[in-house]
Design a protein around this ligand. Structure first.
Ligand SMILES: *Cc1c(COP(=O)(O)O)cnc(C)c1O
Length: 493
C-alpha cells in the first residue's frame, strides 16, 4: 500500500477493528437487556453536567478507544430509553437495530445525497425507498419526494410546494408583497404545531390559518370547511391548501380524507395530508376505508422514524407530481456541474427540497423495509393497534380507570379514585401529578393529552418490543401510583 499520511484524525486499521468490535458487543448487550433498565434515569441537568465535567475545549487529542468507551457508558446509563418495552410516550418509536448498522455503514461511506454525481448508488437507493414508501401507504409509485429530518420538515417541504403551485405565478419574484389578496390555508384544530411555524416562517402570517372546528368524532367538520372557503373567496382571499391529518398527535384521529379531497378538487386547492404518525397504518387491510382519500393527496408527510421504527432522523415528503418540488426548489448556480433532471437522466435531490448537502438517511429505511417486508410491517403495526385496544379495554373494565379514547395505536385514559365523586379540577390535577410521578419513576413512560377538557394519560404504541404482559404491568403500576398520588393530593404535608 502507498505511503499513507499520518494524521491525528485517522484511526489505524487494527485499532479501528478493536474499537468497533467492542462497540458492537456493547450495543448488542445494551439492546438485549434494555427491558432490565429504568426507562428514564431521572437525573437533573446539573447532575448530568457534573458527569461530563465543566471543561473547556480540549487543547490536545485523546485516544479514540478511551473516548468511545466513555461515551458508550454515558449514553447507556444516562439516557431516556425509547427502545424500552414500556416506553409509550409521545410518538417516538423503538429503533430498529438494523438502523444502527445502516447509519454506521452510511457514515463510513458518507455519500452526499444532494447530487447524483456525489452519491451514485445512494441516489438510486433513495429513489427506490421513496417508491416503496408510496407503495407502503397505498398511493401510486409515481409519487416523488425525498427523505428529510422528520415530520415538521416533511410538512414544510410540501407546504412550500403547495405555495408555489397555488399562489399567483409572480410569487417567486414578488414574494408576499406581490399580491394584495390574502393567501389562506385550512386545517382542523387538531393539526400539529408545524402549520403555525410554516405560516409564520414562510411569510403568510398566523392569521392566514383558518382553524376549522371538529365534529363529535374530532374530525374536521366538512360543512364548516366549505362555508369558510366560500366566505374567504367572497372576501377576495386566495385559498391555497387544505391540510388533512391522518392520525392526530393527541388521539390518533384520521380526518375524513375522501371528503376533504372532494372539496379540494371542487375549489382547485392543494390537498396535503399530514400522516407523520398515522400514514403507515394504511397498510392494514381493515383500515383501507379510513385511508381511502390518501390516493388523492397532492402531498403527504410521513415519518419513518415513527411507525416504521427507523432511528431518528427520518421523515419523508411525497408529492403526487414531483415537478412541483422542482418548480419550488431547483436552482442552477454556475458552480454546479450537475446534469438536469428528466426521464432517464440523473436525479439530484438538492432540487427536491430545502437541503443542499444531504446525508444518506434512506439506507436505514431501505434496509429495514427489506428486513421486515410488507407482511412483517403489517403484523408489527397490527400488533401495536391491538395492544392499544387492549389497554383501552383494561382501562374500561377497571373501577379506578376511565377509558377516554382509542384510535389507531393511541389510547387516552385517566385515573379516577374510587369512592366519592371528584371535581374536574381535582381529577385533572391528580392525573397531572400522577403523570409526573410515572415519568420520573423509571418503570414506564407515558405522555399526556387534554381530551374534552380532561387531563389524560396517553399511551402511543409504536414499539415492537411491547408485549401484552407489559400492558398488564403498566395498569398495575398506574393503579399503585394513582392511589399514592391521590392520597398525597388529599393530605398534603
Ligand atoms: C410527530 C408529528 C409531527 C412532527 O414530526 P417530527 O418528526 O417530530 O418533526 C407532525 N405532525 C404529526 C401528525 C405528527 O405526529
Amino acid at each position: 500500500m502507498a505511503d499513507i499520511r499520518k494524521s491525528s484524525i485517522e484511526i489505524e486499521k487494527e485499532e479501528f477493528r478493536k474499537i468497533g468490535h467492542q462497540l458492537i458487543d456493547d450495543i448488542s448487550d445494551f439492546i438485549s437487556s434494555i427491558d432490565q433498565k429504568p426507562v428514564s434515569p431521572n437525573e437533573s441537568p446539573s447532575q448530568l453536567q457534573a458527569l461530563i465535567g465543566n471543561l473547556s475545549l480540549p487543547e490536545n487529542g485523546k485516544p479514540a478507544r478511551e473516548l468511545i468507551s466513555k461515551a458508550t457508558a454515558l449514553l447507556f446509563n444516562h439516557s431516556l430509553l425509547n427502545g424500552h418495552p414500556k416506553f409509550l410516550g409521545y410518538i417516538t418509536s423503538s429503533a430498529a437495530p438494523m438502523g444502527a448498522l445502516a447509519d454506521l455503514l452510511a457514515a463510513s461511506v458518507n455519500p452526499n445525497v444532494g447530487a447524483q454525481i456525489l452519491s451514485p448508488i445512494a441516489t438510486e437507493i433513495e429513489k427506490q425507498t421513496i417508491r416503496w414508501l408510496a407503495e407502503f401507504i397505498g398511493v401510486s409509485a409515481d409519487y416523488g419526494g425525498l427523505l428529510v429530518s422528520g415530520g415538521n420538515m416533511a410538512n414544510f417541504t410540501a407546504f412550500l410546494a403547495a405555495r408555489t403551485a397555488k399562489a399567483p405565478k409572480s410569487f417567486k419574484e414578488d414574494g408576499i408583497q406581490g399580491t394584495s389578496k390574502k393567501l389562506t390555508v385550512y386545517c382542523s384544530k387538531t393539526t400539529h404545531t408545524w402549520i403555525e411555524k410554516a405560516v409564520i416562517l414562510f411569510g403568510l402570517g398566523s392569521k392566514s390559518i383558518r382553524w376549522i372546528q371538529t365534529d363529535d368524532s374530532n374530525r374536521m367538520d366538512i360543512n364548516v370547511l366549505e362555508k369558510t372557503l366560500q366566505a374567504d373567496l367572497d372576501d377576495n382571499c386566495i385559498p391555497l391548501m387544505v391540510v388533512g391529518t391522518a392520525g392526530d398527535v393527541s388521539t390518533g384521529v384520521v380526518d375524513n380524507l375522501t371528503e376533504i379531497a372532494a372539496i379540494c378538487k371542487r375549489y382547485d386547492l392543494w390537498f396535503h395530508i399530514d400522516g407523520a404518525y398515522g400514514a403507515p397504518a394504511a397498510i392494514i387491510p381493515k383500515l383501507k376505508s379510513l385511508f381511502a382519500g390518501i390516493k388523492d393527496a397532492d402531498s403527504i408527510a410521513l415519518d419513518p422514524h415513527k411507525w416504521l421504527y427507523s432511528p431518528l432522523e427520518a421523515g419523508c415528503a411525497l408529492v403526487k407530481n414531483p415537478q412541483h418540488l422542482i418548480d419550488t426548489y431547483s436552482s442552477h448556480p454556475e458552480y454546479y456541474n450537475f446534469s438536469n433532471t428528466g426521464e432517464g437522466s440523473a436525479q439530484n435531490f438538492y432540487e427536491y427540497g430545502l437541503q443542499n448537502s444531504r446525508g444518506f438517511r434512506a439506507l436505514k429505511v431501505w434496509l429495514t423495509l427489506q428486513q421486515v417486508g410488507r407482511s412483517g410491517y403489517e403484523k408489527l403495526i397490527s400488533k401495536d393497534i391491538e395492544l392499544s385496544e387492549m389497554l383501552f379495554e383494561l382501562a374500561k373494565k377497571h373501577p379506578e380507570l376511565e377509558a377516554v379514547t382509542q384510535n389507531l395505536s393511541i389510547t387516552t385514559f385517566r385515573y379516577i379514585p374510587s369512592g366519592e365523586a371528584q371535581t374536574k379540577e381535582i381529577l385533572n390535577k391528580l392525573n397531572e401529578d400522577l403523570l409526573n410521578e410515572l415519568q420520573t419513576g423509571g418503570e414506564l413512560f407515558l405522555s399526556n393529552a387534554i381530551v374534552f377538557e380532561k387531563y389524560c394519560l396517553r399511551a402511543c404504541f409504536v414499539n415492537f418490543r411491547t408485549s401484552q404482559e407489559d400492558v398488564k404491568e403498566i395498569i398495575e403500576v398506574i393503579i399503585r401510583e394513582g392511589r399514592k398520588a391521590y392520597s398525597k393530593l388529599s393530605q398534603p404535608d
